[in-house]
Every structure is written in C-alpha cells, then in structure tokens.
Design a protein around this ligand. Structure first.
Ligand code: ATP
Ligand code: MG
Length: 390
C-alpha cells in the first residue's frame, strides 16, 4: 500500500509571481520539522505539496501529521492512499482504505476533484460511482450530501489518484522566515509566548531575549523561560536565545531614577539592549506581549515612551486582546501550564507602588539622563549568553 500526505497551501496560494519562493520556504520548514522521521520526498504542484515516504509502511504518519499541524503556511492536510489514475483501481481500493473511518459513521458523501482534465470521468461521475461502491460495501451507511459524518475524497491529480477520508485543518499563516526575522522580548508570563506564536504565524523567524536579575531572579525562573521557548519551537522552528544579565541596571535605576518611573525606564533600557543585540543578526523588529491598558506600563503614553527607545518596528500582536483571549491561545499552544508557574520575573522585583500611568516622554528622558547608563548597557550586551533552542 502506498500512502502519502497531501499538504494544501494556505495564503501562499494567493501569492503572485513569487509564490514559488514561499513554497520553497515552506518545503524547507517541513523537511526540518520531520527530519528525524525517516526518508521522504517532497514535490509541489497546483498549490499542493506531496509528501511521500520512501517506505510508507514504516513511516510514522500520526507523528508526522501531528507535527505538520503546527507548521505555518499549511491550510489543510490529508493522509491519502495513492492509486493509479484508473476508475477500476479507485473503486477496487476505496472500501478497504476508508473502512476504519466509515465503520463508525452513519452517513457519508463522496467528493471528487479532477485536477487532471484528461481523466475520462467528470467529478460528479466519479463521486456517484465511488458512492455506489461504498453503499454496497457498507450496508449501515446512508448518503447525506449536506451534513455527512464523513466525507470521502477522491482527487485525480498530476501524479496519481488519491483517496482519503478526512481533512485535518493546518495551522494557517505564512511559512516561518518568509517575512524575515524578529526578536521577541520574552518573560515567563502568559503574554509574551503567545505574542511569539502570533508573529511566527505571520512568517517571522524568531530570536528571543530574556532579562535575568540574579539573585533576585532564580535559575528556575530562567529554566521556565527556556521551557517556554522549547514549546514554541514546534511552531516557530529553532530560536536563538539571548539571556541578558540585568541586575546592575535595575539596581542603578532604583538608585538614580524616580520610583514612579522605574518600570518605564526599565522597559526602555530593555528595548535599547534588544536593539543592540538585533544588530548582530538580520533582525528588523522587536515583539512584546503588551496589551493596551493591561497594566500601568501598557497605556498609550507608556507605549509611546517604550517605542521611542528603539528605531526598530515594535510589534505588539496582543495589543487589542483581552486576557481571556490570550489565555485561550496559551492553552492551545501548550504554554499555559508553564507560564503560570509562580517564579519571579525581573519586572516584578522592583515594581513601584504607584507607577506613573501617563509618563511623558520628555520627563522620562530627563529622569533617565540623570545617570549614565551607557557603560552598564555595554556591559550587559557583552555579558549576554547566547544559545540555540530547538
Ligand atoms: P508577560 O505575560 O509576557 O510577562 P505582562 O503582562 O506580565 O507580560 P509585563 O510584565 O509588563 O507584562 O511585560 C510586558 C512585556 O515586556 C512582556 O510581554 C515582554 O514582552 C517584556 N518583558 C517583561 N519582562 C521581561 C523579561 N524578563 N525579559 C524579556 N522581556 C520581558
Ligand atoms: Mg510579566
């Protein structure tokens, strides 16, 4: 028995002349994600990628599908049987192949697609004939063309005919790295991992920067963030992870700046360091997990102050979302349980009692200028530890 996986492109299919380059990136991502699952070939034609294992009997299709469901750029996936482009061959093979799914169903329909117009039956003719075969073979089944339990698909395409009984929704979005690379400022909280996921979905490859303040923050807190990154890699591919020592900077802010501006100045210095780290790679944007009005440092005035600390585009995919919406995604991408572990973040270490909710850039810049942070910023960048998480 020859089986393969049909991978239907999502938004890429709408691209014009450069569609092929998007498809190539998607194919590269697919190869990378399945590299340890055994040999397979990839071919593309008509907005579909064909993934055919060299040995389909030993190939772990379930694991492959599970991974592919998290690869951005894919609209739909199907595990399918390959048969000759011949009506008799299709009719002979169909019952046995779809038996596991149809035996538990009450109603079904057959849908056909004839991409190869040389095939001597129209799509409705294929559906009617195959439907007849299935009704004969499974006495308990009825046809329901509007709301069937199962839709059996017959696709007659360039390289062969394919039979399958279920489409699995893909992750949507654009292939990771087709939009370039950005740097996520990641904490151990709920929001930033979701922000990372959302921007990877729009085709960004990710680097991540995390600020630690030992001894105020622990190794376990850092480990938690690395675990979050590991979980994200199922969607984002490998992540270059920068760990920045931030203790001295935080202590200097506490000593030299007004308490109510502590958080906003800290956030600005984080942006400055992230911007410098970005120069070492081709990074064109920073990403944060901020959501408008969630906390004092996320008002419009505060965001204006943070934006001004960098020349890079600042992406905030959660800006218009409620916490409950963010949590729903955190569950879906399996970061929720890790995010709620109660370890401290450097942001919470020196939180002022009464943070300024409407900081004016002019005053913040003045307050910041009372101390020369430059040597500390340089030192933090120099002492940053880098590793690749995949
Ligand atoms: P999160 O749930 O992502 O922690 P939050 O709602 O707790 O966000 P803040 O703590 O105010 O909000 O942080 C706002 C954003 O600043 C975070 O979403 C993240 O992008 C960034 N950030 C906060 N702490 C750190 C850190 N220690 N290292 C890197 N980035 C951080
Ligand atoms: Mg936080």
């Amino acid at each position: 028995m020859r089986e393969l996986i049909l991978i239907k492109n999502g938004e890429i299919a709408l691209k014009g002349l450069n569609r092929s380059s998007f498809e190539d990136i998607l194919m590269k991502n697919i190869r990378w994600r399945l590299k340890d699952l055994g040999a397979f070939k990839l071919k593309k034609a008509q907005s579909t990628i064909y993934l055919e294992p060299t040995d389909s009997d030993s190939f772990d299709f379930d694991e492959a599908l599970d991974r592919l469901r998290k690869v951005f750029g894919i609209a739909m996936l199907s595990r399918a049987l390959v048969v000759d482009k011949d009506m008799d061959a299709i009719k002979e093979a169909v019952s046995a192949y779809v038996e596991p799914v149809l035996s538990g169903a009450k109603t079904f329909k057959v849908e056909s697609k004839r991409a190869d117009k040389r095939f001597p039956r129209t799509s409705p003719q294929i559906s009617a004939e195959v439907g007849g075969v299935l009704l004969k073979h499974f006495n308990h089944l009825k046809v329901d063309v509007h709301h069937p339990d199962i839709t059996v698909m017959v696709e007659v395409r360039d390289f062969g005919a394919y039979i399958h009984a279920g489409r699995i929704p893909g992750a949507g979005g654009m292939p990771v790295s087709s939009s370039g690379r950005a740097m996520i400022l990641i904490s151990g909280g709920l929001d930033s991992p979701v922000a990372a996921y959302m921007m990877a979905k729009r085709g960004l490859a990710l680097s991540a920067v995390h600020f630690v303040s030992p001894p105020y923050t622990s190794d376990r807190a850092l480990q938690k963030v690395e675990t979050l990154c590991e979980k994200l890699t199922a969607y984002t591919g490998k992540i270059r992870f920068y760990c920045v020592p931030f203790t001295e900077i935080q202590e200097a802010i506490k000593e030299h700046c007004p308490e109510e501006l502590f958080t906003i100045i800290m956030r600005r210095l984080m942006m400055k360091i992230a911007t410098r780290l970005s120069e070492q790679e081709e990074i064109r944007a920073l990403i944060t997990g901020e959501s408008l009005a969630q906390v004092a440092s996320q008002t419009l005035d505060a965001l204006h102050c943070t934006d001004n600390a960098t020349d890079l585009v600042v992406l905030r995919p959660l800006i218009g979302m409620d916490k409950t919406e963010i949590i729903d995604i955190a569950y879906k991408i399996d970061t929720y349980e890790t995010s709620i572990l109660p370890y401290e973040d450097c942001c919470t270490v020196f939180t002022p009692k009464h943070p300024r909710t409407k900081p004016k850039l002019h005053f913040v810049e003045q307050a910041e200028a009372r101390f020369d942070f430059e040597p500390l910023l340089e030192k933090a960048v120099a002492e940053t530890k880098i590793k690749v998480i995949d």
